[in-house]
Design a protein around this ligand. Structure first.
Ligand SMILES: Cc1cc2nc3c(=O)[nH]c(=O)nc-3n(C[C@H](O)[C@H](O)[C@H](O)COP(=O)(O)O)c2cc1C
Length: 186
């Protein structure tokens, strides 16, 4: 399985006020790839490390950092390694189709779906809703970054968690819980 080093991330230059004002769900992406610098910016917004002690752009229940971000693209499924800004492949197949219960055309057109994956071992002493809140904050971070980058994005939660876990080759203690689908607007 391959590892990809992400390039320097695109700057997120819009003011926070403008990004909050303009944030919208947009399910109309063009069928073109996402620039890796933009992907790096989205991943950093979701779970980038911003402190020497490992704390991140988004908060986490009990500071467990039990939700990690994965990437689905036509070239497979990838784990975002935030410490060294790399992508580590977990599956070679295009499994984007498995990330929805009904929006097949949309998710196969959009170049990237980010997957927020909860580690049930690491979070076993936290309240069950904690990882969902972690993933929700990641989703909003992605929305704001996508707005600043001029991208079309959508948080999604209608999918079969177990089917996607298997398609991504993840062990049983890792559960995909929330998604963010993103691309260049059509
Ligand atoms: C928890 C959650 C789950 C969602 N699941 C889906 C989904 O499966 N598919 C989809 O197209 N949109 C999904 N959405 C996006 C909402 O439909 C969207 O946020 C809502 O229509 C409001 O539009 P806005 O984001 O532009 O304000 C979801 C949003 C949230 C917060």
């Amino acid at each position: 399985m391959k590892t990809i080093r992400l390039p320097e991330r695109s700057p997120l230059a819009m003011t926070l006020e403008e990004a909050l004002e303009k944030r919208r769900t947009n399910r109309n992406p063009a069928a073109v790839p996402l620039k890796e610098a933009d992907l790096a910016a989205l991943l950093w917004a979701a779970a980038g490390i911003t402190d020497e002690d490992g704390r991140r752009t988004t908060p986490s229940t009990l500071d467990l950092r039990a939700v990690e971000v994965y990437v689905l693209r036509s070239d497979g499924a990838w784990r975002f390694n935030a410490a060294d800004m790399t992508l580590e492949q977990t599956a070679e197949a295009d499994v984007r189709r498995v990330s929805t219960a009904y929006q097949f055309e949309y998710v196969e057109k959009a170049p990237v779906t980010l997957v927020f994956v909860a580690d049930k071992e690491r979070s076993k002493n936290a309240r069950p809703q904690g990882v969902w809140v972690d993933a929700g904050t990641m989703g909003q971070s992605c929305y704001l970054a996508a707005t600043a980058l001029g991208l079309a994005g959508c948080v999604r939660a209608s999918f079969n968690h177990e089917a996607l876990r298997q398609a991504m080759n993840l062990p049983e203690h890792l559960e995909p819980i929330v998604l963010f689908t993103v691309g260049v607007p059509a």
